[in-house]
Design a protein around this ligand. Structure first.
Ligand code: SF4
Ligand code: SF4
Length: 304
């Protein structure tokens, strides 16, 4: 029988409430809220018509495109990383929330082998590096006076190279905007077939990428966070400096005979191989699933 009291007081319940609350708050313009002058290192599309907060990584790309030194988004990344590490990924990020929900679709998930996992986590650093390279190159060419031809050559990828294909931007901005346009009074009087054929190929490419990412998240929880998200990659690099961490009480931990914490970790953090006094692993999103799962209460958050 399900222990209702235990289920209600699980940290996961709190975390899901937090993810839902922030998802609603971040999209609260539809409820009459005003946008806030706040940038956060989470995936919240700047093209989203209902957004109340800004996406630090998108703003960083726009500022490099202008070009202006992106001190505000950089400050957001550093301040959040030092105070909370990757905690916003576990408790706040709207695209993390979407993946979390999809993770409940299937009871049994597909296991990625430790070797493939080790290789795949580098993909997100590649995406981060490529995005920064293109954006910084744009700034450099503008300073050299040849920026316009470089921007023209890059086309839709110039202003925000990652967002031009990112599934979160497709879900939170492209699709809502396209739906609003499709149902506008003028569009309803137009020839539907003609409108469909006029849709650029990039629209369909973005839809396919979104579909693949969402299906991947159904089979492998948080797969986009683990392997593809450049914001997660930047925060993973900075997580090392986080005041927030986890500690494992070696007196209570039964280690080899248990390994429950390692099994439940959605980010595959090798908890039992890390220093017990305090660990701030790059992949840890402070979801505290390991704290919930430990029957001897050996794992606890540690701050600072
Ligand atoms: S890794 Fe990216 S998508 Fe996942 S929660 Fe963090 S910012 Fe959001
Ligand atoms: S180590 Fe614990 S808190 Fe960190 S991601 Fe894994 S389960 Fe979550």
């Amino acid at each position: 029988m399900v222990d209702v009291k235990k289920a209600v007081f699980r940290i996961r319940t709190l975390r899901i409430i937090s993810l839902i609350t922030f998802f609603l708050l971040f999209n609260a313009v539809v409820l009459g809220f005003q946008p806030l002058p706040l940038l956060l290192p989470v995936l919240q599309s700047m093209g989203n018509p209902a957004k109340t907060v800004g996406d630090a990584f998108a703003v960083l790309q726009y500022m490099l495109w202008e070009p202006t030194f992106p001190w505000l988004p950089l400050a957001s990344f550093f301040i959040v990383a030092v105070l909370l590490g990757r905690m916003l990924c576990g408790w706040v990020c709207p695209f993390g929330f979407v993946q979390e929900v999809l993770g409940y679709v299937k009871r049994k998930h597909r296991e990625i082998s430790p070797r493939s996992h080790k290789d795949l986590i580098y993909l997100k650093y590649g995406i981060l590096g490529a995005t920064l390279l293109v954006s910084i190159a744009i700034s450099a060419t503008v300073v050299m006076g040849i920026g316009q031809s470089y921007k023209n050559a890059l086309g839709v990828f110039a202003q925000a190279p990652f967002n031009a294909l990112s599934p979160h931007d497709t879900l939170f901005a492209m699709l809502p905007n396209a739906t609003m346009t499709a149902f506008s009074a003028e569009a309803l009087f137009q020839d539907i077939l003609g409108t469909l054929t006029a849709i650029p190929p990039l629209f369909w490419i973005r839809l396919v990428i979104l579909a693949l990412v969402l299906v991947f998240a159904v089979y492998t929880p948080r797969s986009f966070c683990r392997y593809l998200c450049p914001v997660g990659a930047a925060m993973a690099l900075l997580n090392h400096f986080s005041l927030l961490g986890l500690k494992r009480d070696v007196v209570h931990c039964t280690k080899e005979s248990c390994r429950r914490c390692v099994e439940v970790c959605p980010m595959k953090v090798p908890i039992l191989d890390l220093p017990w006094e305090k660990f701030t692993h790059p992949e840890c999103i402070y979801c505290l699933e390991c704290v919930d799962a430990c029957s001897t209460r050996a794992i606890k958050p540690k701050f600072p």
